[in-house]
Design a protein. Structure first.
Ligand code: AMP
Length: 589
């Protein structure tokens, strides 16, 4: 292949580059050593490492407690400011609540909340208590919530009354590990039994807390992600990950103390935790958190009024802004912005360039995934951008394009060869396992590489270009969706005999979830049944995961071993070549 894109390279001017945390990419790579990357992090007084101490306690101890740490913008016009000292004190209280209820170190604290202050206190307080934080996306329905809390053997759930009633109450008794449910945001007069009022408990708790002496290799976080088969995977991350969050926050997002930083990702997903909580706080920046969903003018108003300097968002949101048009952006003063970055799905070159047109600066794409815990490949502020490319590896990260055949992995060094994107293990935020699935974890590694499951190419200048997923996982609006989880929910409908789920291209969300269903004997396809199956799936899975569209089929293509061939469903749906059908049931081999 010749060039990956006909788009013109965006050259970075020297003054911009000189001012950046990373001014010279080659030099930064040559000088970098993970052992020094955490030099600004102090560790716990007396030994140990705890994310919460690095995020808030350290700043307070160093006399920076009065700085703004979090400005929360409510759905209504309300706003609330938290200094570093406030976050430190209130998260101490949260940790105190856990301790008072006898929650032991290592216990898993799940959080099912929108972007409200209680979520941030819960995350920091959980780490302070030596417990493990696991955030869930608030748009999950009861099934995804239940599956993740079962796999994670949740001991504590932090949520609100409405979510508890809708998504948890019906099955709570079937999860014996769950010993404490903390409800934030007040309770109704007829609050359900067996819950604790978090606001009241926080009001009674003490400001001081003796932080747990966690070690770098102690588990801090479980982030759930999806694969092609089986249940969701709980990726395990340790306190040491904070070193990578801090370093990449500086090198890629160019964060500095007192920056006004807005990460639009929800903490229910890994970006919203690594860069929506940990990285900016360890650097001492002020974070903007908006409770609302996307709305273009609201977002521009936030950029203007809050004087946001660094903005980290996602391709789906950028495409929605593009639809609204450039003129709307120009009504607002976004001149405080000095860096815009994007992650989570392919960022089309048009979107990178639209940034220039609308905001006077390009969007900087970067790549990583739940398992890597932090940014791995990026367009750095001081580096030329090739629109459509994910950029180059973060200093300290060794990437390659490989072909895997069994346990044999061959590196493809020729420019623009398509292969699997692989990384040499060893960066601090690398996941340390999938909960209860050692074999699945082991299979991610071969020949000294971590294999990412993404197909990519590298050009002669060392820039990486995303090609696609190597598996059947769906990326919709930046959220990774496992087809198996959706198929299982569809199968629960009394009319459904079998189900296959794929991602189909969507101009805004990247991909949309589409289901194919074969009915049981005695049921006939109808619009009413279609709506009923979709409606039930949405109720069980929630809007983040449920299929948007559904087609009936007399039967679904299966391999001889009985697996539904999603690849073939997709090829037929999109009119693509059907490829190798030798394993298809009923086809000549
Ligand atoms: P998640 O684990 O949910 O963060 O999803 C990670 C996956 O999202 C990656 O393995 C890619 O398939 C996709 N992804 C993330 N960032 C990018 C990007 N900049 N370009 C293309 N795909 C991306």
């Amino acid at each position: 292949m010749e060039a990956a894109s006909h788009w013109e390279t965006i050259r970075k001017s020297a003054p911009d580059g000189d001012a950046a945390n990373l001014a010279d990419y080659e030099k930064a790579c040559a000088d970098f050593d993970w052992r020094n990357a955490g030099a600004e992090l102090t560790g716990l007084p007396g030994g140990g490492l705890n994310i919460a101490h690095e995020a808030v306690g350290r700043h307070v101890a160093d006399g920076r407690g009065e700085r703004l740490a979090l400005r929360w913008l409510g759905k209504d016009a309300s706003a609330q400011d938290f200094t570093y000292a406030d976050l430190d004190r209130l998260s101490n209280r949260f940790a105190g609540v856990l301790r008072r209820h006898g929650v032991p170190a290592g216990a898993r604290v799940f959080c099912l909340l929108g972007r409200v202050p209680a979520l941030y206190l819960a995350a920091l307080g959980t780490w302070k208590a030596g417990c493990v934080f696991s955030p869930l996306f608030s748009a999950f329905g009861p099934e995804p919530v239940r599956a993740r809390m079962e796999i994670g053997e949740a001991a504590v759930l932090v949520t609100n009354e409405a979510f508890y009633r809708r998504k948890v109450m019906a099955w709570r008794d079937a999860l014996p590990s769950l010993r404490l449910v903390l409800l934030a945001g007040g309770l109704s007069a007829d609050a359900p039994p067996g819950i604790t009022d978090l606001d009241a408990a926080l009001a009674e708790a003490e400001d001081a807390f003796d932080i747990a002496r966690t070690r770098p290799a102690d588990v801090a976080l479980i982030h759930f992600t999806s694969g092609t088969t089986g249940r969701p995977k709980g990726a395990v991350h340790v306190h040491q990950a904070v070193v990578a969050h801090h370093a990449t926050g500086k090198l890629v997002l160019d964060l500095r103390p007192q920056e006004v930083f807005w990460c639009t990702a929800d903490p229910g997903w890994v970006t919203g935790t690594s860069y929506g909580i940990i990285a900016p706080l360890t650097i001492g920046a002020a974070m903007i958190v908006d409770e609302s969903e996307f709305e273009a003018e609201r977002w521009y108003r936030i950029l203007e009024e809050q004087r946001v300097t660094v903005w980290y968002t996602a391709p789906t949101a950028i495409r929605m802004m593009m639809k609204v048009g450039t003129e709307v952006v120009r009504k607002y003063d976004t001149s405080a912005l000095r860096l815009m970055a994007s992650v989570g799905e392919p960022l089309n070159p048009e979107a990178v360039v639209w940034g220039l047109e609308a905001f006077g600066k390009p969007f900087h794409d970067n790549w990583w995934q739940t398992e890597t815990g932090g940014i791995m490949i990026a367009n750095f502020p001081a580096m030329d951008i090739k629109p459509g490319s994910m950029g180059r590896p973060v200093p300290g990260v060794l990437a390659g394009i490989v072909r895997r055949e069994g346990d044999v992995v061959t590196e493809l060094s020729e420019p623009m060869a398509v292969g699997e994107l692989a990384l040499r293990p060893g960066w601090p935020s690398m996941f340390r396992g999938y909960l209860h699935e050692d074999e699945r974890y082991r299979k991610c590694f071969a020949g000294g590489w971590y294999l990412t499951g993404d197909l990519a190419m590298r050009d002669a200048d060392g820039y990486y270009w995303f090609v696609g997923r190597a598996d059947d996982v769906i990326k919709s609006a930046g959220h990774l969706i496992g087809p198996f989880e959706v198929e299982s929910a569809l199968m629960e409908h009394p009319a459904v005999a079998e189900a296959g789920v794929i991602g189909v291209p969507d101009p805004v969300a990247g991909e949309a979830v589409k289901a194919f269903v074969a009915l049981k004997r005695g049921f006939a396809p109808s619009e009413q049944l279609r709506r009923d199956i979709l409606g039930q799936a949405r109720k069980r899975l929630g809007r983040a995961v449920a299929p948007r569209d559904l087609d009936f089929r007399a039967d679904l293509p299966r391999t001889r071993s009985g697996k539904i061939m999603r690849r073939l469903l997709k090829a037929r749906e999109l009119g693509l070549p059907e490829g190798d059908l030798s394993t298809l049931e009923g086809e000549p081999s």
